[in-house]
Ligand binder design. Structure first.
Ligand SMILES: Nc1ncnc2c1ncn2[C@@H]1O[C@H](COP(=O)(O)OP(=O)(O)O)[C@@H](O)[C@H]1O
Ligand SMILES: [Mg+2]
Length: 225
């Protein structure tokens, strides 16, 4: 059996508002094996982003277990968690989240500089990542000087510059036109073919079709797998 990158066991997330407890995730059992490309679908408010934030170690569950690449996340201290986020995980968001005053090159160099690898490699690795995304001739452009599709390609370059084993994307094509969406999805597909594990949230059936497995979330539960 392939190695499990993600394993959640009866994962719950609840918010307390006054004396009301609102369950957002209600017992998620999810296994993602190394090399899979999984699309998480479901209506707005189903808990997709909440689940993604927990999978990305940006948020913690109310209860239940999350094992990431063989390690129980709840047992990690803050230093260990930030190392895991930096080395093992890459994030791509719907709204790109690029630093507006920085160039494409600087944006892609940022996570590398936060890691413990030699900074003199940062520039070359960032150039390589951007070139792979077809952005080698836009290194000095600021985000505002790029189209949406180009900004998302910079964001993907930033997500992969530390060579993470798991790529998480929350509606990465949500702000893109259909041609740019296809370009971005072809990039995800190619990265998956190279062995990277991908978990992606989408509303769009056409986008989900690029994945090798689709999961539907509704009211905080997985409907089908
Ligand atoms: N900080 C919060 N406090 C209270 N409720 C929240 C909070 N964050 C999210 N929710 C609720 O959790 C539910 C799921 O949200 P979300 O995970 O963003 O759904 P999706 O990404 O599937 O649209 C929503 O009903 C939302 O209102
Ligand atoms: Mg969402």
């Amino acid at each position: 059996m392939a190695k499990k990158i993600i394993e959640t066991v009866d994962l719950w997330k609840e918010y307390t508002l006054g004396d009301q407890v609102i369950p957002v995730l209600r017992g998620i059992n999810l296994v993602v094996e190394e090399g899979e490309f999984v699309a998480i679908m479901g209506p707005s408010g189903a808990g997709k982003s909440t689940l993604m934030h927990i999978l990305g170690c940006l948020d913690v569950p109310t209860r239940g277990k999350y094992v990431l690449d063989g390690e129980d996340v709840s047992l990690m201290n803050d230093t260990h968690l930030s190392q895991v986020r930096n080395r093992k995980l890459g994030f791509v968001f719907q709204a790109f989240h690029l630093v507006p005053w920085a160039t494409a090159l600087e944006n892609v160099m940022l996570p590398f500089l936060y890691s413990d690898r030699p900074p003199r490699d940062a520039r070359q690795r960032a150039v390589d990542a951007l070139t792979r995304m077809g952005m080698g001739d836009r290194l000095r452009h600021k985000p505002s000087e790029l189209s949406g599709g180009q900004q998302q390609r910079v964001a993907i370059a930033r997500a992969i510059v530390n060579n993470p084993s798991l790529l998480l994307a929350d509606e990465p094509t949500g702000n893109l036109d259909s041609a740019s969406s296809r370009e971005v999805m072809e990039i995800f597909q190619e990265m998956n073919r190279e062995g990277r594990t991908i978990v992606l949230i989408t509303h769009d059936q056409e986008v989900a079709a690029y994945a090798s497995r689709r999961i539907i979330l509704r009211d905080g539960r997985i409907l089908e797998e």
